[in-house]
Design a protein around this ligand. Structure first.
Ligand code: ZN
Length: 106
């Protein structure tokens, strides 16, 4: 009789290794000249407020946890208030927040 293999949550394992790979890539990207140029602009990508480069953090437009990658197209400089908002809001609420921001600036 065949021994039953325990159900391995391999999808989760894959995800976990993806997560750590993307986080590692994000750390590398943060050291890059390209990223230094992004923060040197001194502007938050979302609210467009002038923000000192030191206060800007790296944000993934599509969070790593939701399948986002640590690529130049997916990471943006983000101010503290937007960063906090993004962490605290549900994805739908975040979209609404962005809409308010863009309607204000345009
Ligand atoms: Zn902002």
């Amino acid at each position: 009789m065949k021994k039953k293999k325990p159900l391995k949550p391999f999808a989760y394992d894959l995800e976990a290794s993806d997560l750590s790979r993307e986080r590692h890539k994000a750390r590398e990207l943060r050291q890059s000249q390209w990223w230094k140029r992004q923060v040197a602009k001194g502007q938050c990508y979302y609210c467009k407020r002038e923000t000192p480069p030191k206060a800007l953090t790296m944000d993934h437009i599509v969070p790593i946890a939701r399948g986002g990658k640590s690529t130049r197209g997916n990471v943006v400089p983000c101010c503290k208030s937007c960063n906090n908002a993004k962490k605290q809001l549900l994805p739908m609420e975040w979209e609404a927040y962005l809409k308010i921001l863009t309607s204000k600036t345009s």
